[in-house]
Design a protein around this ligand. Structure first.
Ligand code: PLP
Length: 394
């Protein structure tokens, strides 16, 4: 079976270096908040171009913690897209706020700025665009709406590591941005991992406190900040710690937080992978363009790529999805459907009271889209086979 994404192939390309770094972590016995995490946070902030990058346990936690850091909770509304992975809406509900789903643009599949304005109420606190499939959302329009209505913007950049918008990295285009290092993301680790980027020292401090039980110096400051106070001037950043040494600070807690940290093994692997990310994304773009070319005169709808798109996935539309997917599966080619159910029609969001027909573009897309194998290292022969096999059944 040709998979949608072959993680083994990617691992083999960096195996020597990755194994050495991971073994170093194991024998060094500093597993939590050690030197690899510090190094990766610095490297990732430099890569995205934000002042701060604070790692957390996964991308969903990144969204939850970002929302909490902005003080968003019960009684608040957050406007987001219906055409996304569940975690986007889930995080909003998890903090007690209400996700307000709006429709997407039929070409880019990203949140439609024209629909955001109409969804704003006096309860709205933030807009959460998703750079879906690695395609940058319309951040200028979204930020302008946010500014006019005094709202925060949080990017869900889980699918957009390495993507850019008008020359600036996704993740550096709003108040806070959230990344996931789930293994199949463009920058994936060997388990769960996530990151929050921001230029705000205050928000960075609160995030650092929230990821470790609201304890220590960051916890104390976070409490002051969340209660509307100001930060003292000296800048506090996390230091690498040795958890085998007693640290009294850990046992003074100031706010209710989480246990959500990237671990040293994941950080070590991500430090090895990050320098390859641009080349891997370039390979995705090259392969995507070859698919585009092959399918341009067919009945399939090929992806509309904004400048800066990095093809987290290669998504096509067809009128006859069941037939196409069965044809490919029978011939050993994996496919996937992103997304079967738009958020406003998910059972878990039933309480919100949406019904079929409310967001017609998302609903239309969810009946037509499918993903083809696309990953760095996919060979030309494999891609040729995918193209030939798919064309057979058109
Ligand atoms: C993957 C993903 C997340 C969640 O990330 P996890 O690390 O799996 O928790 C959130 N939003 C989007 C759009 C995603 O694709």
């Amino acid at each position: 079976m040709l998979p949608l994404i072959d993680l083994q192939r990617q691992y083999k390309s960096i195996q020597k270096e990755a194994d050495a770094k991971i073994l170093e972590v194991l024998s060094g016995a500093r597993y939590i908040m050690g030197p690899n995490v510090m190094e990766f946070e610095k490297a990732f902030a430099d890569y995205v171009g934000t002042k701060y990058a604070i790692s957390v346990g996964n991308g969903t936690d990144a969204l939850v913690i970002a929302l909490k850091a902005l003080g968003i909770g019960a009684g608040d509304e957050v406007i987001t897209t219906s055409f996304t992975f569940f975690a986007t809406g889930e995080a909003i509900s998890f903090v007690g706020a209400t996700p307000v789903f709006v429709d997407v643009k039929p070409d880019s599949y990203n949140i439609d700025p024209d629909q955001i304005e109409a969804a704003i109420t006096e309860k709205t606190k933030a807009i959460m665009p998703v750079h879906i499939f690695g395609n940058p959302a319309d951040m200028d329009e979204i930020n302008a709406i946010a500014k006019a209505h005094d709202l925060y913007v949080i990017e869900d950049a889980a699918q957009a590591a390495g993507a850019s918008y008008k020359g600036k990295a996704c993740g550096a285009l709003s108040d806070m941005a959230c990344f996931s290092f789930f293994p199949t993301k463009n920058l994936g680790c060997a388990g769960d991992g996530g990151m929050i980027t921001t230029d705000s020292e205050e928000l960075a401090t609160i995030v650092r406190a929230l990821r470790v039980h609201g304890s220590g110096a960051n916890g104390r400051k976070a409490k002051v900040l969340l209660e509307g106070g100001a930060l003292e001037v000296e800048e506090e950043t996390d230091q690498a710690v040795d958890n085998t040494v007693y640290n009294a600070d850990k046992y003074f807690n100031y706010i209710i937080g989480h246990n959500s940290r990237l671990d040293e093994i994941q950080a070590a692997l991500l430090n090895v992978k990050l320098p390859h990310l641009d080349a891997w994304n370039a390979d995705r773009v090259r392969l995507a363009k070859a698919y585009d070319e092959a399918f341009k005169d067919t009945a399939l709808v090929t992806p509309y790529a904004e400048e800066g798109m990095i093809y987290h996935m290669y998504i096509l539309q067809t009128d006859d999805r069941d037939k196409v997917l069965a044809h490919l599966a029978e011939r050993g080619i994996a496919t996937g459907v992103y997304y079967q159910v738009p958020m406003h029609l998910q059972k878990a969001f039933e309480d919100l009271g949406y019904k079929e027909g409310d967001l017609p573009v998302s609903e239309y897309l969810s009946g037509r889209t499918f993903a083809l194998p696309l990953f760095p290292g996919l060979t030309d022969q494999e891609q040729e086979r995918v193209i030939k096999t798919l064309k057979e059944c058109l």
